[in-house]
Design a protein around this ligand. Structure first.
Ligand code: GAR
Length: 187
């Protein structure tokens, strides 16, 4: 049995998609979802889906070993960041080398780094009149969005696209590919 713990800060539509994807797979368990935001919609989703979900604050995350201890207690095999916005502290990266993966809603190394997340990315892509964007799934290291790339997929941007329609296209790619990439990493 492989155990995944998902970190999410907001809506959690990727988290829900991953949970659904593995729901009929007896060898993969979503052991928990963790969030840094007590009002995050992902908590409602987990409640509905029957997945244990927990909130943690910044001191617990940054200045203690609480999260590492929690992950170890669950015998976590893979940590999945699905719309998680805090930088991962060194103790967590050291405890799970190449076992933490993130999804970024653009083609890294473009449109990455601190402050580049969610709709901000799609707005920047639109402002620069890009003709394509996509997703990057990558390992997590000490720097925002700089770990080794595992997978990328692209989508075309039409001149008529808005940041909102770009977001929809990117989300479609995320839903299609993220669970499959996770499955491969576990095999
Ligand atoms: C996703 O598009 C994900 O790629 C992005 O946040 C969104 C979360 O949506 N992540 C980042 O921007 C990380 N830098 P969701 O909460 O509905 O899954």
């Amino acid at each position: 049995m492989k155990r995944i713990v998902i970190f999410a800060s907001g809506s959690g539509s990727n988290a829900e998609n991953i949970i659904s994807f593995f729901s009929d797979n007896p060898s993969v368990n979503i052991a928990a979802v963790l969030t840094n935001k007590s009002s995050a919609k992902v908590l409602e989703r987990c409640d509905r889906l029957g997945v244990p979900a927990f909130y943690f604050n910044k001191p617990a995350f940054k200045d203690s070993n609480a999260i590492v201890d929690f992950l170890r207690g669950l015998q976590t095999d893979l940590v999945v960041l699905a719309g998680f916005l805090w930088k991962i502290p060194e103790n967590l990266i050291k405890a799970y080398p190449n076992k933490i993966v993130n999804i970024h809603p653009a083609l890294l190394p473009n449109y990455g780094g601190k402050g580049m997340y969610g709709d901000r990315v799609h707005k920047a892509v639109k402002d620069n009149n890009e003709t394509e964007t996509g997703i990057t799934i990558h390992y997590v290291n000490e720097n925002y969005d700089e770990g080794a790339t595992i997978f990328q997929a692209k989508t075309v941007i039409e001149p008529s696209d808005t940041p909102e329609t770009i977001a929809q296209k990117v989300h479609r790619l995320e839903y299609e590919h993220f669970p499959k990439v996770i499955e491969k990493l576990l095999s």
